[in-house]
Design a protein around this ligand. Structure first.
Ligand code: LLP
Length: 414
């Protein structure tokens, strides 16, 4: 457990969070590397019975030091932009360990990835495949490609992050994927067909949809084999859910059991987890600026903190729940506070109706923000993006300093 109380103070591993806030200021993201490493190792353990590769999904948290440590523990990677590839190269990753997904890869991104020696493109349409083939031909290289299948599988998650339904923009139906795979193998000499990929959504808590999508891909693979097309890898994507409140997501062990029951002879099974590796490792530290209790019946009790929707957009965008705790446990009368930021929008809320005994100046920890927290932050209202700190045991470091006004205004001219 990365976040426990010692003498009433919430700590990240062995470090009291108030000590970090005092030195770095708030708002500030803190990540427990021990938690990330433990999650990674657990997933690695359950996949050991099959030939497999963990490709950490960089979009969840792309802090360079997190990526450098991921390289160190042997992760492969899943990216969706040239920028993420730049980050990985900077962090010391080998591009051949990287798969490039996404529906809108630009000319520039494809050339850059090919010149870098990308491990595989997960292609999502016929026209994208043609574009990659042309660029590879021009560069006189062979582009490794896998086809992203859209298995039309419903998952119980927020509609914005469900990706495997027919009406979503991602991947292609099995029938089209079959035809394209045959065309690549037979008629597109600048491409090397690697296999099939799929990603059905994010924060998926049930195992059933993974069983269905894996079976759909295995079935497609055997039809391709019959047609003489070899398919060396199956990438089942990421999306494994975590517990934010009372969800009961399947465990890595249950996922491992599902995999071990399938016949995966001769195929490498890849996974692309993001949230399930880094989500629970992160907290956002924020200080209470003002308490504004309701003075009229029916009005809400507001707790105004120094973090806002620009720092953590998940509650505003998906009505996502994040637990909020006081860093120092103190007594007092609890009220149901609406925890909001200073931004000029009613949608700027971080949590609603949380029963806490609060005082101005209190330090709060917003939990489970290691995934899709800082990476989705912005400068809305000309707010400076927060610092990022990494803790491991009894040591900690500032992995990204707080933005300064100079950083922010550097690109503009007057
Ligand atoms: N692979 C592909 C192709 C993806 O599109 C994604 C996430 C992943 C892997 C990793 O999914 P994960 O294991 O992290 O669930 N901003 C949203 C989540 C967006 C997910 C986008 N794709 C949120 O805050 O919930």
């Amino acid at each position: 457990m990365p976040y426990l109380r010692k003498d009433g103070v919430l700590c990240a591993d062995d470090i009291p969070l108030n000590a970090i806030a005092e030195q770095v200021g708030t708002p500030c993201y803190v990540y427990s590397w021990s938690d990330v490493a433990a999650r990674y190792q657990e997933l690695e353990r359950v996949l050991r019975s099959v030939s497999s590769r963990i490709r950490y999904s960089v979009k969840a948290n792309s802090n360079l030091e997190i990526l450098r440590r991921m390289v160190e523990i042997g992760a492969g990677f899943d990216i969706v932009s040239g920028g993420e590839l730049e980050r990985l190269i900077r962090a010391g990753a080998d591009p051949s360990d990287v798969v490039f997904s996404g529906v809108g890869k630009s000319h520039q991104e494809i050339s850059f990835a090919l010149k870098s020696g990308i491990g595989c493109f997960n292609v999502e349409s016929v026209t994208e495949t043609r574009r990659i083939a042309e660029i590879a031909q021009r560069l006189e290289v062979t582009a490794p490609v896998a086809i992203r299948v859209n298995p039309d599988i419903d998952v119980d998650t927020h509609p914005y992050i469900a990706t495997g339904m027919r009406e979503n923009k991602f991947g292609m139906p099995e029938k089209d994927a079959f035809q394209l795979a045959v065309a690549i193998a037979q008629d597109m000499p600048s491409l090397a067909f690697m296999g099939l990929a799929c990603h059905i959504g994010s924060q998926v808590t049930e195992l059933g949809p993974y069983r269905d999508s894996l079976d759909a891909m295995l079935e497609l693979r055997s039809r391709l084999l019959q047609a003489g097309v070899t398919c060396a890898s199956i990438d089942i994507g990421g999306g494994f859910g975590i517990r934010y409140r009372d969800e009961e997501p399947f465990s890595f062990a249950e996922f491992g059991e599902l995999i071990s029951k399938r016949s995966l002879q001769g195929v490498e099974l890849d996974v692309e987890p993001g949230r399930s590796l880094v989500g629970s490792a992160g907290v956002l530290l924020t200080s209470v600026e003002y308490l504004k209790p309701a003075t009229v019946v029916g009005y809400l009790d507001f707790c105004i903190v120094d973090a806002a929707m620009n720092d953590l957009i998940r509650p505003a965008l998906y009505e996502a729940f994040h637990d909020v705790e006081k860093v120092m446990s103190t007594e007092g009368e609890a009220r149901d506070w609406h925890i909001v930021g200073p931004i000029c929008e009613t949608g700027d809320f971080l949590a609603s109706a949380r029963s806490l005994a609060l005082q101005e100046g209190d330090l709060l920890a917003i939990r489970d923000v290691g995934a899709y927290g800082f990476v989705m932050s912005s400068n809305y209202n000309t707010r400076l993006r927060p610092a990022e700190v990494i803790v491991e045991g009894d040591t900690w470091m500032v992995a990204r300093r707080r933005e300064s006004m100079t950083d922010l205004l550097n690109l503009e001219e007057v």
